[in-house]
Every structure is written in C-alpha cells, then in structure tokens.
Design a protein around this ligand. Structure first.
Ligand code: PEP
Ligand code: MG
Length: 597
C-alpha cells in the first residue's frame, strides 16, 4: 500500500530503547485506536455506491472474524474462540445496520461516519450498564467498529494473531499477554507509542531477543500497513520510509551488532568470574518454559526468576494443578541439577488475568491487588500453585519466591501455607526435593526498610529493581512521559540495594538481583560492587553481563559503589561510571548504548 512520494519522506522518531538489536522491514499495524471517521456529505449520485461500500465492509469484517475464530479454535480450543461471539452479534445487528443506512441515504453522510455515530451510541449505553459482563462487551463493540471503519477506509489492519509473515509490529500499546503469544519467527521487531523500558512487554522482547522501541508517542498514527521501517532497539531510533542510504547505514550497524553477539556467545561455557577470582551465580529470567533453551544456549546456569504468571494470563481459565505440575517439571528437569527459582503468581499491575477480573478496574493497579496480596486472598489458587511447585521439586533443584512483599505478615502467612501444603503432599505420598529454599522479592521500599527483620525469616532475597525503582521514585514503570525520572542510578536506589545486601549478609542469607538493572553496563558494574551473590537476567542479556563480569575486578567495582553511594544525583553516578570505563576499562566502551553507533 504505497502512498505518494511526499507522504513517503524519511522521518525519524525517537523512543525508549527496550530490547537491543536492529531490524528492517514492513510494518504490521495492530491495535490502532479509533481511526477518525470525519463527517462528509456524499453527493446524491454516489449514495448507492456508499451503501454498497458499507455492505462490503460488513462482509469483509465478518470474513475477518471467521478467520480469527478458526485460528483461535485451532490454537486455543473451541471455548476460547467463543470470545468472538459478541463481536459477531454486533456485526449482524439489524438495528445498527438500518440506523447506519438511514444516516447514509437520508442524511447523506459517508458510511464510516454513519456507522461510527450509530456504534458510539451503543457503546455509551453498554458503558453505563450495571452488569460487569455486559459492560465489558463495550470493548468488543469498539473492536468491531474499528474493523468496519478500517475496511471502509481501506486500511487492512489486523490483530496480532493474524501475523503470517515477517514484519515489524507497530502498536499503540501491547499487553504482556499480547507479547507473550507473539510468534517470534514472524516478529522482526516491535514498536509502541507508550510503555517504558521495564514494562512487561519490553521485558518479554528482551527474553525473546526481539528488538523493540517503546514510548514513541504518536508513531502508530503515522505508520500505515506495509510502510518500510527501521527499528534500532539499541538507541531507541525508528526510521519511517528510510532512504536507501539510511538502510545501508543501519544494515552496517546491524552487522556490527550481530558480530558482537556472536563474539559474546563464545563465552557461553566460561564461568562468570571477575579478574580477581570472585564468582557470580549468573542465571536466566524466563516467562515461559520455552525460553529454557535460550537460557542454556546463552550461558546462564539455571533460572533465577520464573515469572509463572504468564502461564496464567495467556489462557482463559485457571490452569489445574496437574497442568502446572507438568509445566514446572519440564523446566526443572531440563535444568537439573542447576536451580530453578519459581516465583509464585504475580498477577496485577499490567499483568491482567481474564479469569481474575475485579468488579471494577483499579485506579492504581501497580499499587493494588497484586502479587502476594492477590494469592493470599485467593488461597485456593495459591495452594494449587504451591502443590504443583513442590511436586515439581522432586525432579531437580527448586527454589520458591514470593513477589511484592511489603509487610512481615505476608511472609509468615505464605510460609505457613507452604508448610501445610508440604505436609499434605507428604501425607499423599508425593515425592519432593530436600531443603527447598524459600525466599522473597525485595521490590518495595518498606521491604528494604525491614530487610534485617525479613532476612531472619527466609533463605534468600532477590532484588526486583524494576518495581523497586517505580515505588521508590514514584514513577510508573510503563509511563513514557515520566520515563526520564525512572533511573536505576538514582542514589536512593543504590542506598536501598546496599541496605538490602547488608541485611542479607549479616543474617547469613544470599541475595540476588532479578530486575533489569544488571542488563546495562552501569547497572552490572554496580551490582558487582554491591557484592550481590546472584544476577538473573533475560537470556539475551547474559553474554554481555558475563563479559562485563569477566573484564573487571571485584575490588574496582566495590570502590565504585563506595564513591557512587556518596553522590547526590544519577547524573553524577553515571559520570563516575563513564570515567571509570574510559580510564580503566576502555574495552567496556562498546556496551555504553550511546557509543554503539
Ligand atoms: C522486578 O520488579 O524487578 C521484577 C523482577 O519483577 P517484575 O518485573 O516481574 O515485576
Ligand atoms: Mg516486580
């Protein structure tokens, strides 16, 4: 779908780099919000043709829905495909059709505007209905409206599940579950208008090794299907309609990136040990069992964070104990004897499970019914998951971790439930591993403040910097408008990490980090200097982190931390680290994002 030459002038958009790598290809536009349907008067002679166009758009939309229905049925089952029933009802609604035809034939409005007007009224009615289920159907009606209007305007924009050839996915936003079901073989890269570098869609991109840029503000409104794009996930640049010269330049950068990746992979079988002999346990973060292969091939030992919630949010119904047991066991067996740290369900925030919808949406979901708060109030779900995890522990080395801890009582209650579940399983003669470590995430400021007390109750800590930063600095991790404030080098974060490590080590427990902080050269250097015992990161970040660990001494990084902690701003901390690299370890310069190109 080529536009004219003036429209196709090269344009550069700057966003937030979310997953490294460079891609070049055609756009596949999804989730575009309302395509504006402006009112236009249709001349009398063209009314009949406008009516025909409307009927054709309804037919095309029906065919689209049939296609998606078939696909959903094949991939996820008959029950799942039923989610399209309400779409179909509105599409075939005779009242809506007749009202639209009246606006076209009597008032002489264009079809897109007429249909939008009629459907908007229906949506308003639905939005005011008391019944939650019916109210939620407003989103389905909105989707049908978008599809019909797109077909009327000739914009063939489809759902992500329809992606059948390699393309760059362009969207206003992508939910974590959208991203989790992306077919890696077709997605060259993705770009979104909103989001931050630690929003879960970005994290998944890193786990899958898909280049991504987020926080591009209005990009999705400027891109049409099949437009040519370049995505640079290292610098955060996106080029629309690139010239041949620009393509050449990025292809060179892409080649350099691939070479660097290849070279880093040669470290796969080497230990993560500093020049002065200090070894770090370097493990991988995974969202799905399928990622285990990548973790191993990128040289991590074991899993330091298994985000089990993806098994729950990508399906319509709650998974059973047996389904979970088989799923966790697969990972545990594949990695044994290396450890697999299974985090209990962390739904809430931006990770919404359809089966868990609350009666009304939360105003501040990241500070709401999330993580351990959710599981302690849904003990049926919690116990089922724990049973599956403890049963899976029979096959290897399992650690269990609770997310979003903010008060001591949560730890005590969760541990008590673990003991009850283990006792039940023993009575039922199930096999379990010995000495299963139980730990918690340190990702709220209150947990840091009482870390000395918490350390007496658990076997380990894992610092979740993604959330710790958002809660400490009061910066929503998914909000691109304030992303300039989201900074892991802020001295408050450094002090929080120091306090957590001190509390852990004083009480004889190990402490790791599973947030994204070690994924940057600065974060990796500081994490080392804090004397964290374990780093866990997305598979594709592991080789770079290993290289950094192997290029420095622990003493140097301890000295860096000592100095950094005394500084007042993140900028000063960054300057300190830059100067260190420049003067002492220039070979690490290639990992500074701005220096890549
Ligand atoms: C974190 O908050 O740092 C973390 C690792 O957990 P998640 O990103 O899943 O919230
Ligand atoms: Mg978290």
């Amino acid at each position: 779908m080529e536009g004219n030459k003036a429209e196709n002038r090269e344009a550069i958009f700057n966003g937030i780099p979310a997953s490294p790598g460079i891609a070049h290809g055609e756009a596949f536009v999804v989730n575009v919000e309302n395509i504006p349907a402006t009112p236009e008067k249709v001349p009398e002679a063209k009314i009949e043709a406008e009516v025909q166009r409307f009927e054709t758009a309804l037919k095309e939309t029906g065919e689209e829905l049939d296609k998606i229905h078939k696909q959903l049925e094949e991939e996820m089952g008959v029950e799942h495909a039923k989610i399209l029933d309400s779409h179909r009802m509105i599409l075939t609604d005779e009242v809506a059709r007749k009202d639209t035809l009246k606006l076209i034939t009597k008032d002489k409005y264009n079809a897109a505007y007429a249909f939008t007007t009629v459907i908007n009224k229906v949506i308003t009615t639905f939005q005011h209905i008391e019944d939650e289920y019916l109210r939620e159907r407003a989103a389905d009606i909105q989707d049908v409206k978008r599809r019909v209007v797109r077909n009327l305007l000739g914009q063939k924009v489809e759902g992500l599940s329809n992606l059948r050839k390699k393309a760059i996915v362009v969207a206003k936003d992508l939910t974590p579950s959208d991203t989790a079901i992306m077919k890696k073989k077709y997605v060259l890269a993705f770009v979104t208008d909103i989001g931050g570098s630690t929003s879960h869609a970005a994290i998944i991109a890193r786990s899958l090794g898909i280049p991504a840029v987020v926080g591009l503000e209005s990009l999705s409104h400027n891109v049409k299907p099949y437009d040519k794009l370049i995505v640079d996930g290292i610098t955060g640049q996106v080029v629309l309609h690139p010239t041949g010269e620009t393509v050449g330049m990025f292809e060179e950068a892409q080649e350099r990136f691939r070479e660097m990746e290849k070279e880093l992979l040669t470290l796969r079988d080497y230990p993560a040990v500093t020049l002065d002999g200090h070894t770090i346990e370097l493990s991988g973060n995974i969202e799905t069992a399928d990622e285990v292969e990548d973790v191993v091939s990128h040289g991590a030992k074991g899993v330091g964070l298994f985000r089990t919630e993806y098994f729950f949010i990508t399906r319509k119904n709650l998974p059973s104990e047996e389904q979970q047991y088989r799923y966790y066991s697969r990972v545990v067996k594949e990695l044994a004897p290396d450890p697999v740290l299974i985090r209990t369900l962390d739904v809430g925030g931006d990770k919404i499970a359809r089966w868990a919808s609350t009666s009304s949406p939360e105003a501040n979901p990241f500070m709401g019914w999330r993580g351990i708060r959710f599981t302690l109030s849904r003990k049926d779900i919690f116990r089922t998951q724990l049973r599956a995890i403890f049963r899976a522990s029979a096959h290897g080395n399992v650690r269990v971790m609770f997310p979003m801890i903010s008060v001591m009582d949560e730890v005590l209650e969760a541990k008590e439930i673990c003991e009850e579940v283990k006792a039940d399983l023993k009575n039922e003669r199930y096999q379990m591993g010995d000495n299963i470590e139980i730990g918690i995430m340190i990702e709220t400021p209150s947990a840091v403040a009482i870390a000395d007390k918490l350390a007496k109750k658990v076997d380990f800590f894992s610092i979740g910097t993604n959330d710790l930063i958002q809660y400490s600095l009061a910066v929503d991790r998914g909000n691109s408008r304030i992303s300039y404030l989201y900074n892991d080098l802020h001295p408050s974060i450094l002090r929080f990490i120091r306090d957590t490590v001190t509390a852990a080590h004083k009480n004889g427990i190990w402490v790791g980090i599973c947030g994204e902080m070690p994924g940057s050269v600065y974060g990796a250097l500081l994490s080392l200097g804090f004397e964290l015992d374990e780093f866990s990161a997305s598979a594709y970040l592991i080789p770079e982190i290993k290289k950094i660990i192997r290029s420095v001494t622990l003493d140097e990084t301890k000295m860096l931390v000592k100095k950094a902690i005394k500084l007042s701003t993140a900028t000063e901390v960054k300057q300190l680290l830059e100067a260190y690299i420049e003067n002492k370890r220039p070979e690490l310069r290639e990992f500074i994002p701005e220096a890549v190109k």
